[in-house]
Design a protein around this ligand. Structure first.
Ligand SMILES: Nc1nc2c(ncn2[C@@H]2O[C@H](COP(=O)(O)OP(=O)(O)OP(=O)(O)O)[C@@H](O)[C@H]2O)c(=O)[nH]1
Length: 320
């Protein structure tokens, strides 16, 4: 029992700060080896490139929601990892912001091969202090992520007032009074609060979801949620790209839940990485393009009521 590999499921709505937390865990000196499994909603893999490349191995699952189509993938990757047991101290699974954590957690109880060697240590949910209250109204996934959490990281406290923070915390407590809750900026908290918690409580989960241990899965996806992945076979002109992306996120901000991209600027040895949540946009040149790596540009937008044609044309028109 005790030598089963602990698995932490990292969840939280789009843009809450999951990758920020993951990178914090991976860069802190802890002397441990983690295997990381990332799952994203969108066709072009960007998330795995945003996870810092330490010694860890990152496995990517694309094209679908972890809780539905790629659950088989998760089982396969976990099986593969188990065969190499001893190489890893723990496994971290980062789910897409649109995943319901229940079926992911179920995998550790329902799949015999997995449950023989791995144990679900905790479901850790990152919540965006600025946007969570809105998402609790219109996104059922966001509510389940809070309900299932053993640890809740209420992040981005810098973007709200003390009153707003108290209000969102009260909303969280109305859904989940049990989880350990931390208020953070940039997910800054001791790793020991996140990993190896031995916190997953099956009895509590069965109270929330009585058929948790039964087969079958009724996750209804947000049918209106769109994911637009665009790729440009080359560089973009910053003089065109910057005004375009900032204008798009200002005008379409309410509908854009998440955007991110990695683009190449002419004569710039580093990759320009940007990401945003609604109209808040963040971007910087980061690590170098590797020798031989193709300098192309890719962007992903996730949201509702997005005009795909206009966004695509706008992006292609920024070509250098
Ligand atoms: N102001 C502010 N921004 C933050 C904080 N934490 C993270 N961010 C920013 O929020 C954006 C989203 O953070 P990520 O860590 O990529 O979020 P995520 O949950 O992994 O996003 P998805 O995987 O796309 O759902 C990034 O631009 C971060 O720099 C915070 O405490 N305050």
């Amino acid at each position: 029992m005790t030598d089963k590999i602990p698995v932490t499921v990292l969840t939280g709505y789009l843009g809450a700060g999951k990758t920020t937390l993951l990178n914090r865990i991976l860069t802190e000196p802890h002397g441990k080896r983690y295997a990381v499994i990332v799952n994203e909603f969108g066709e072009i893999g960007i998330d795995n490139e945003l996870v810092v490349g330490a010694d860890e191995e990152v496995f990517e699952m694309n094209n679908g929601c972890i809780c539905c189509t790629v659950r088989g993938d998760l089982i396969r990757i976990l099986d593969g990892l188990m065969k190499r047991k001893g190489k890893f101290d723990a496994i971290i699974v980062e789910t897409t912001g649109l995943a319901d954590p229940a079926p992911v957690a179920q995998t550790f109880f329902m799949d015999q091969d997995v449950s023989d060697v791995a144990r679900l240590d905790a479901v850790v949910t990152v919540a965006d202090a600025k946007w969570l209250s809105d998402r609790l109204k219109d996104a059922p996934e966001a509510k389940n992520q809070i309900a299932f959490a053993d640890v809740i990281i209420l992040n981005k406290t810098d973007l709200v007032t003390a009153d707003e923070l108290a209000e969102v915390e009260a909303r969280i407590r109305a859904i989940n009074p049990y989880a350990k809750l931390h208020r953070t900026q940039k997910c800054s908290l001791p790793i020991s609060e996140v990993l190896d918690r031995k916190a997953f409580d099956l009895d509590r989960i069965i109270e929330i979801e009585p058929d948790f241990l039964e087969q079958g899965h009724h996750h209804h996806h947000d049918e209106e949620m769109q994911s637009i992945s665009l790729k440009l076979d080359g560089e973009v002109d910053p003089e065109k790209f910057m005004p375009w992306i900032s204008n798009l996120t200002q005008v379409e901000g309410p509908n854009i839940l998440r955007c991110k991209g990695i683009v190449a600027f002419p004569n710039e040895p580093k990759r320009f990485v940007f990401q945003g949540v609604h109209m808040i946009l963040d971007g910087d040149v980061q690590d170098d393009w590797k020798p031989g790596q193709k300098r192309d540009s890719k962007v992903v937008f996730i949201g509702r009521d997005l005009n795909e044609k206009a966004i695509k044309e706008g992006f292609l028109a920024t070509a250098a």
